[in-house]
Design a protein around this ligand. Sequence first.
Ligand code: ZN
Length: 413
Amino acid sequence: MQQNNKQIYTEIKACRLCSSKNLQDVLDLGDQPPANSLRKGLNISVPCAPLKLLQCGDCSAVQLTATVEPSYLFSQYVWVTATSATARTYSETYCTEVLNRTGVKSPFVVEVASNDGTFLKQFKEKGCGVLGVDPASNIATNARNSGIPTLAEFFDVTIAKKILAEYQRPNIVMARNVIPHVKEIHSIVEGMSSLIDAEGIVVIEFHYAKIIAEELHYDSIYHEHLFYFSIKSLAALFSQYGLYPFDVFSSPISGGSLVLFFSKQHKELSTALNQLIETEEHSGLNAPSTWQQFGAKSKKHACNLRGIVAEYAKRGPLIAYGASARSSTLMNFAGLSSSQIECVIDRNPIKHGLYTPGTNIPIVSYEEGLAKLDGKHLLLLAWNFEEEIVQDLRASGFNGDIIVPLPNEVHIR
Ligand SMILES: [Zn+2]
């Protein structure tokens, strides 16, 4: 992390998907440190990169201007799938939904960025052949140790060739929350396409831009998240590689994700997909005006939040809850500071004792934070788990105000 003088990013001059130079500014969230670069001490400086959203005037894809070096971003990575109970439960539903859309009895399933193998494990238990690909060698080793064969590689066209030569042709190729994060997006989609034949399916999960635009999730904008896809912009990318969507279901992860199914055949679209495409068109999600309004509303919202926090802080420092990538963007953009917020509670022990990037607020355990809460108020940065956290806090005896910044308007509980 001691490389603050080194530029850790490059900026695009053309759309990453269609090479158009017709790029429209949407929202400038300022220079920010990468959202997962938690500091070990206040004497360690963290480099910043522009956090700026724009939209391609031609293919309508919404994306960041800056590409931060993946070697920098992912060396900081602390998210492991199995740490989330929601993800574990969801992996069962996901497996059933995917298997329902293949006619093959015991399919061979390849997952790109398979993490610790939580999702592939479900397929293995149902009698499928499985293979994971994940660039983090320590995570790939853990997956192998738990019985999920995993290649410790960045997936691309070359790795796809290797899989075809050394294994067998997969019936299902899936990638969950990967496609929006990678600058080598063309090589990944091309590699996925090369893996399947006419009967195979490609399954893509991504955080749907519609909910970001409609509910003002500007806190889901951070450097790892390069693209903000609609069905239209994602389908346009995949069609470049001969893949066409035919079905969809909603995922509970990230507060509004979609799982889209692609095939090399032009299959009849499912009712669910037809309805979503129609709703997307009616909502104007791909229109420049929608994103211009999103930008203006986000600025106004952050300004309002800053005012509310400042009012509370006059009565004494607040305690915050949730030291995620999303909360890093939110606090930096709203200009919140360590003089207003004493500490941030987080349930992930890996983060305890570290400081939030850019805002330098110490991260503490639930127990430690709770002990400090007496007579104070709380800022709920992990607002996407609002009900669960509010219930826990009230059951613990906390009776101060809880400021919930999003979705939509700030509200107090
Ligand atoms: Zn474009």
